[in-house]
Design a protein. Structure first.
Length: 494
């Protein structure tokens, strides 16, 4: 007697990362998120093991395995996007068939950047299809007209249906596809509204399959959550080839693009852009945004060279110390870590006697730059000491190094690259940790001052001739000499 077929058991999957399980659990076993495991349908009877449950669904023809050296590389030849800073992040250009996910906060300039990329690609003879699901075609046309991106080979479609989108791809046969955004496209084959977990997964899978089949490069715009993560299922980041983050403060012109994942290149490059009313422009040398106009040194400023990926960028740290009108002094920061500022203030008071307990302290960076690495500790400490004492630093000096709780300076990575960038920008002196500086190649025209602790760094960095304490001593000596000449009946002039 034949056995009755077993009933299909329900399957459960995580709405965040796509992890599946045969039974419900409260916590995802992959991403450890709580309450995200939901029923996704009956479990498949197929599997890797044999038996009556083996699937009989026909599979695609299997290609013969070949030696890796015989695999053709012509299909992965890079093509420039026309924007050098974006090419830098992508590893030299865009690869045919690659799917790029560009995510960023609303209003940061994602659509403006991609419209500029589309126009430049059209100028190079590539037909571009720009699909917008968030705006009308007229709105995109207005933006394109404002930034000068109207081109005959730039095709525009306002669609929210996956089938229509794929139909446009088949009709126009573009060389580049831009979808703005993936969360606004919905498939009629899947229940739920656009932006849902199942919809995003289905839409992304269909677009990726089309990209691989046609060797069509695709750029997908992605939304972000309030925590800054990419919205939608985590499996979306695993499906695409490149994940880029578009960063920038809403009230700042500076924009940064960095690769979080890149199957075709490195992830240590950063692209810098200047966003204005006329559009977005790549900054090959962004030092003009990060440094104030170079004049006579003022108290409370110090420059450091930060490493963001493989890029060296100057950052000017400014500090202001003022008397407080409240029992609890303020500690306000912008562009730097507030906890790091508190630690440096404690080290300054303990090791150098620089006291700011009853004063308000404000610390900021120029141009909206953000400094997270500990190599900026010395510059931060010198800026605070300079602001507290009213003594400016020497002209043309930069500071690099980490400050420990004992006041010692600790070595930092990439010191030679930082010094080379400082020399290129015209700085003539650098304060670096004494440890780890053996065999250091110093750029021509630059003097390196090695300091073992924060006190030595402060003595080497400050402008002694403009030090109020030094000036007071000099004036006291001059007054004493003047009194002696008067007592001796000698003239006081000359």
């Amino acid at each position: 007697m034949a056995k009755a077929p077993a009933k299909a058991r329900p399957a459960w999957s995580c709405s965040e990362c796509g992890w599946t399980t045969a039974k419900w659990v409260g916590r995802c076993g992959e991403c450890q998120a709580w309450g995200t495991v939901v029923e996704s349908g009956p479990a498949s009877g197929g599997g890797l093991s044999g038996g009556a449950g083996r699937s009989t669904t026909p599979t695609a023809p299997r290609l013969a395995a070949r030696p890796i050296g015989e695999v053709e590389l012509a299909l992965v030849a890079r093509r420039s996007t026309g924007v050098s800073e974006l090419d830098r992040v992508l590893g030299g250009g865009i690869v045919p068939g690659a799917v790029i996910l560009l995510a960023g906060e609303p209003g940061v300039g994602k659509s403006t950047l991609l419209l500029d990329v589309a126009a430049r690609s059209a100028d190079a003879g590539t037909r571009v299809l720009y699909v917008t699901g968030e705006e009308s075609a007229a709105q995109v046309r207005l933006r394109a007209q404002r930034i000068g991106a109207v081109r005959p080979d730039l095709l525009l479609a306002a669609e929210g249906d996956l089938g229509s989108l794929l139909g446009h791809v088949a009709d126009t046969d573009p060389g580049l596809l831009v979808v703005d955004s993936v969360q606004t496209i919905a498939s009629a084959q899947v229940e739920g509204s656009a932006g849902g977990v199942a919809q995003v997964r289905e839409v992304a899978a269909a677009i990726i399959a089309t990209a691989k089949e046609r060797h069509l490069p695709v750029v997908l715009v992605g939304h972000v959550t309030k925590d800054g993560g990419i919205a939608g299922p985590r499996v979306l980041e695993h499906l695409v080839d490149v994940v880029c983050q578009f960063e920038g403060e809403r009230h700042s012109r500076l924009r940064l693009v960095r690769a979080v994942k890149n199957r075709y290149g490195p992830t240590d490059e950063v692209g810098c852009f200047d966003l204005s009313d006329a559009g977005i422009v790549g900054l090959t040398d962004p030092s003009g945004l990060f440094l104030s106009e170079r004049g006579a040194p003022e108290p409370g400023t110090c420059v450091t060279i930060a490493l963001d990926g493989a890029r060296s960028m100057p950052v000017e740290i400014q500090a202001l110390v003022a008397s407080s009108a409240t029992p609890h002094p303020r500690r306000a920061t912008s562009g730097v870590d507030g906890a790091r500022v508190s630690m440096v203030l404690a080290v300054l008071e303990s090791r150098l006697g620089v006291r700011t307990g009853g004063q308000d302290v404000y610390v900021s960076t120029v141009g909206g730059a953000r400094v997270q690495e500990t190599a900026s500790d010395v510059a931060l400490a010198l800026a605070l000491a300079s602001a507290t004492t009213g003594t400016p630093l020497r002209e043309g000096v930069v500071a690099v190094g980490e400050v420990s709780l004992t006041g010692q300076l600790r070595p930092t990575a990439g010191l030679e690259r930082r010094l080379a960038e400082a020399a290129r920008l015209g700085f003539t002196a650098a304060i670096v940790p004494a440890s780890g500086a053996d065999g250091l190649r110093v750029p021509a025209g630059m003097t390196v001052h090695r300091a073992g602790d924060l006190g030595e760094a402060w003595r080497r960095g400050k402008d002694t001739l403009r030090d109020p304490a030094f000036t007071a001593v000099v004036e006291e000596e001059l007054e004493r000499a003047r009194s002696q000449r008067i007592a001796a009946g000698l003239p006081t002039q000359g």
